[in-house]
Design a protein around this ligand. Structure first.
Ligand SMILES: [Zn+2]
Length: 326
């Protein structure tokens, strides 16, 4: 019988480890952090965080407007968070705040220039939260018309590097289906990848059908927030179809669940379809000082050391580039 001594080497993991397990994990963590620091110090930070935020404004598409926040204040608050994660070896961060939810390419470019962390922004629209963040033009325009807007945006100097949409739980309503079709058209014509905030597994499967019907490769579709679907069989089905399954929202309270999600797909031989990230940040517009800005380092300091060492470069270096481009 193994004596569980209830020693918790990592914040938030509710499964107690034996002393022997704890020792091995903490040694691995120490080696890992040395390795990360070494990689960063020789000027080769190369890992990618595929789903984070710098700023979000939840006021709604009908009330959002420029000047609702002090850009210099956001800059001052976000800068040290980005500098901190760069020291862990982060080369690039995909900023997943869509248009009409506080997307601010000018602010992101400024932060990127000063910190050296590449920050990728996006085109698209977010239909989740009962369409609160969908502007009125998107209700009347066709999928083709929306795609035309998004494709035009890819020619802007700030150059969105991926498509971010959001849909509610399945079965999807007509507006959500239209956003997915518009994203699939945009992906097909620009080569950009779709990251879709998705309510549940039913919505994920329905989106795959829409994307396939537009003759867009499923390798261009990322199921965002897949950790919210409790049935691992749905994760497996989506991964086997060739789409990406993203377990984001990794933090101290959720790490055990995320670890289980990763291990399940890895055990099925599907490590090469998994993305991981934190959905962390951000400056909350409307809250004093931007509220609680969660940093970007938990995944590096506490989560990655729990993985098998060979899994880390696949999840942090290879998969993000295969999914979103080099
Ligand atoms: Zn997010």
């Amino acid at each position: 019988m193994i004596l569980k001594v209830g020693f918790y080497p990592f914040r938030g993991l509710d499964a107690p480890f034996t002393r022997r397990e704890s020792y091995h994990i903490s040694m691995r963590r120490r080696e890992f952090l040395w390795g990360m620091a070494g990689a960063a110090s020789v000027g080769k930070p190369s890992s990618v965080l595929v789903h984070e935020h710098v700023l979000v404004d939840f006021v709604g598409a009908d009330r959002i407007r420029p000047g609702r926040y002090d850009r210099d204040e956001v800059f001052r608050i976000a800068r040290p968070k980005l500098e901190e994660v760069k020291r862990f070896g982060c080369q690039r961060l995909l900023e997943c705040t869509p248009n009409f939810l506080g997307r601010d390419p000018e602010l992101l470019a400024r932060l990127s220039d000063v910190t050296g962390v590449e920050i990728w922004s996006n085109t698209g629209l977010y239909g989740a939260a009962a369409h609160k963040f969908v502007p009125s033009f998107a209700r009347s325009e066709s999928a083709r018309q929306l795609a035309k807007r998004w494709i035009a945006e890819t020619r802007e100097p700030w150059r969105p590097r991926f498509i971010k949409i959001g849909v509610n739980n399945g079965p999807l309503d007509e507006l959500d289906r239209k956003l997915v079709r518009a994203a699939a058209i945009t992906a097909r014509e620009t080569g950009l990848t779709i990251a879709s905030h998705t309510g549940d597994g039913a919505a994920a499967l329905e989106q795959l059908e829409i994307v396939a019907a537009e003759r867009t490769s499923l390798a261009k579709f990322v199921w965002v927030h897949a950790q919210n679907e409790p049935d691992h069989a749905v994760h497996e089905k989506v991964a086997r179809a060739g789409a990406w399954v993203e377990f984001d929202g990794i933090g101290s309270k959720t790490a055990a669940h995320h670890l289980e999600c990763v291990r399940f797909l890895a055990a099925k031989g599907l490590l090469s379809r998994i993305l991981i990230s934190q959905d962390s940040g951000w400056y909350h517009v409307g809250e004093p000082g931007g509220g609680d800005f969660r940093g970007y380092t938990y995944l590096y300091s506490d989560f990655l050391p729990l993985l098998e060492p060979a899994q880390i470069p696949v999840l942090m270096f290879d998969n993000p580039r295969a999914a979103f481009g080099a």
